[in-house]
Design a binder for this molecule. Structure first.
Ligand SMILES: [Zn+2]
Ligand SMILES: [Zn+2]
Length: 261
């Protein structure tokens, strides 16, 4: 079985954390050799716990940020606290941040302000930025075109757009991460996008505990299920599994500056 990775999941989420040991054991059994664990669930305590988890496991790295849903809470004090957390060498990315115009749990203005603060922070700390984008592809591209991507780069997590949006993001320098959505029946647009993203910009993720792939759809998601997304992507692209897995591992190692294994 090809070694793969989960480029975005929330291990500190209360739906996953109590079962962390079990979930990590099942992930290892599914060949998941690296995990990028994202805090950014409502309060900074989840970022703190995520960094702590990463500190306990050599193969887990952390991302810290304020989810666009909570952008209204993202003031200077919160950004300063994130910067403090990001002093840990296990913090591999800043985020997730971004724009969610689908749910609009925070106003568009506060989401944009928070996004700009994260882009600045990522630039200052020389870390890549992890972006959440839902129904906001055009505005996101406008902002990043204006500010520039941080030199360490960025990833669009759980890509849900179409091929045109993927192309724009790739042009801006982003890596594109596909989730279990690739296995959903009504996901022709992201599937078409997965065909046109260059192999050296592809990543895969679960976004666990959310968005479990088929045949687990509707259940709690966990990092081991990224195998389903990898299989879907391999089949879709007609790729050689071990070559594609090696590419994806190389992409993650480059973007997140992972230590050689
Ligand atoms: Zn997200
Ligand atoms: Zn997420």
């Amino acid at each position: 079985m090809e070694p793969i990775l989960d480029a975005h999941c929330h291990l500190a989420d209360p739906r996953l954390y109590p079962d962390l040991a079990g979930a990590l054991a099942r992930a290892a059994a599914a060949g998941v050799e690296t995990i990028i664990a994202v805090g950014a669930i409502e309060t900074i305590e989840t970022d703190r716990l995520t960094v702590e988890i990463a500190g306990r496991h050599p193969h887990i790295f952390a991302a810290v940020g304020v989810h666009p849903h909570n952008a209204a809470d993202c003031g200077p004090a919160r950004i300063a606290a994130l910067a403090e957390l990001a002093r840990s060498p296990k913090v591999a990315a800043i985020g997730e941040t971004g724009l969610d115009f689908h749910y609009m749990h925070s106003s568009a203005e506060s989401q944009e302000r928070a996004l700009r603060s994260h882009l600045e922070l990522a630039r200052a700390l020389d870390r890549p930025v992890m972006i959440h984008c839902r129904d906001a592809e055009r505005r996101l591209c406008e902002i990043v075109r204006e500010t520039g991507l941080p030199p360490a780069g960025g990833m669009i997590h759980c890509f849900t757009g179409d091929a045109g949006a993927a192309e724009e993001f790739v042009k801006l320098g982003f890596y594109i991460s596909f989730s279990g959505i690739l296995t959903f029946r009504k996901a022709d647009a992201p599937r078409a996008a997965a065909l046109i993203v260059p192999e050296d910009r592809l990543l895969i993720e679960t976004d666990a505990p959310y968005l479990a792939p088929e045949p687990y759809r509707g259940k709690r998601n966990e990092p081991g299920y990224v195998r389903r997304t990898f299989e879907a992507l391999t089949a879709l692209r007609g790729a050689d599994a071990s070559a594609l897995a090696a590419r994806i591992r190389g992409n993650a190692a480059r973007l997140f500056t992972l230590p050689a294994r």
